[in-house]
Design a protein around this ligand. Structure first.
Ligand code: KG4
Ligand code: ZN
Length: 378
């Protein structure tokens, strides 16, 4: 089976060709046109700008993915277009104006080629992303998710713990009540004047800083499986403002409880410029976010005793999170996590998720498919 994956739910225009033989995946080609530079100057994704860019990029991206190398015989010299057996496209959740570009393009191709469509959920794509290996490689054994499984999906728009009883059987354990973990990274980066997106930048600088320099709150740590990152975002904002204004005085003045230096027990000098603190701040922010994600995950694992734990989504690229979970999960739980290139939004994961729908013959006709910005997986 040859599956064309298409993903345009946020600010990445992506296409992929995935071949599946005997349940084994071979990624033939995948391409993502990132809009990071476009949105960088706004320090966040601007829906109108994203949709326009998708519209300009979708055909070149698809052309590139479909044209070369020729995958089956018959081409008389040079590349030729391949007609896939089915097209899996992200129909939601996401920005409606972005989703529409991918969905309408997929519908046009489905009509023109007379191939069925698969309506794919973006979160389900992330869940299956650990099953992908690099282009052209095939796993020696088909990589499997042993059920029950728990997935922690962390990205710029999502933070959720999902219990998976079998393929397609999901139960939400908890999600963020407000901001996603990636949003917290990105806004913290913005407040610190770092390039967009903030996540990778904070991580890079954090590696050179002291994670215990600042004691940030861990909201809702002891309340079920729900998360809340807006409180943490606010605490980061207050801390940065106070450091900028140099209002923290040596010798005991304590404007808020959150900003004393844990490692020394003293308070930051009023004359310390903010630049000197950026690495420590980044390390402390990363430490706090990772700490919440890991502790909640471990709680869910202790309760549901899954055979597999899946970490996915853009924030899954974070090395501290990957290492902390790997070290803390019970050895009896198989830890699946995507290669860094498949953490961020991509179309290869959409093709894999589409394969599991295709196995169940869950196809949709082009005139029945609609983008659904608020499509809930569970
Ligand atoms: O899954 P994704 O590409 O898009 C959404 O569906 O949101 O995730 C993007 C998010 C951004 O918030 C970005 O800052 C975050 O993933 N991210 C990271 C890292 N790499 C990407 N956050 C922390 N550490 C990283 N290394
Ligand atoms: Zn995503």
């Amino acid at each position: 089976m040859l599956i064309l994956g298409i993903e345009t739910s946020c600010d990445d225009t992506a296409a992929a060709l995935l071949e599946v033989k005997n349940g084994r995946f071979k990624l033939l080609k995948h391409l993502t046109a990132s809009q990071v530079k476009l949105h960088g100057k706004y320090q966040g994704v601007v829906p109108e700008v994203a949709a326009r860019a998708h519209l300009e990029t979708i055909i070149p991206v698809l052309t590139e993915v479909l044209k070369s190398p020729p995958l089956r015989g018959g081409a008389r010299g040079g590349a030729r277009w391949k007609k896939p057996d089915t097209i899996a496209v992200t129909a939601g959740p996401g920005l409606i104006t972005s989703l529409l570009i991918g969905v309408e393009t997929a519908k046009a191709l489905s009509f023109a080629w007379n191939v069925p469509l698969i309506k794919t959920n973006h979160i389900e794509g992330h869940i299956y992303s650990p099953l992908l290996s690099s282009v052209g490689a095939r796993h020696a054994l088909p990589l499997q998710i042993k059920f029950p499984a728990i997935a922690l999906i962390v990205s710029g728009g999502h933070t959720e713990l999902i219990l998976i009883k079998n393929h397609g059987q999901y139960k939400l354990l908890g999600r963020t009540r407000d901001d996603a973990a990636g949003e917290c990274f990105d806004k913290a980066g913005k407040m610190l004047g770092l390039p967009f997106p903030g996540g990778p930048e904070i991580s890079k600088r954090g590696a050179k800083g002291n994670p215990l320099a600042y004691d940030l709150p861990r909201p809702m740590l002891h309340e079920g499986f729900e998360f809340s990152f807006s409180g943490m975002k606010n605490a980061i904002r207050l801390l940065i403002e106070e450091l900028k204004n140099n209002v923290i005085l040596e010798g005991g003045r304590r404007p808020t409880d959150r900003i004393h230096l844990q490692n020394t027990g003293s308070y930051r000098s009023a004359i310390a410029p903010l630049q000197d603190d950026t690495n420590d701040l980044c390390a402390s922010i990363e430490h706090a976010i990772v700490d919440v994600l890991v502790q909640k995950s471990l709680k869910a694992v202790a309760k549901h005793k899954p055979k597999t734990f899946i970490l996915a989504g853009g924030v899954a690229a974070n090395q501290k999170l990957r290492q902390s979970l790997a070290a803390a999960l019970p050895k009896t739980t198989r830890f699946l996590l995507p290669e860094p290139e498949f953490c961020m939004d991509n179309a290869a994961m959409i093709a894999v998720a589409g394969y599991f729908q295709a196995k169940k013959k869950k196809f949709v006709k082009y005139d029945k498919l609609k983008a659904d910005a608020n499509w809930e997986l569970v």
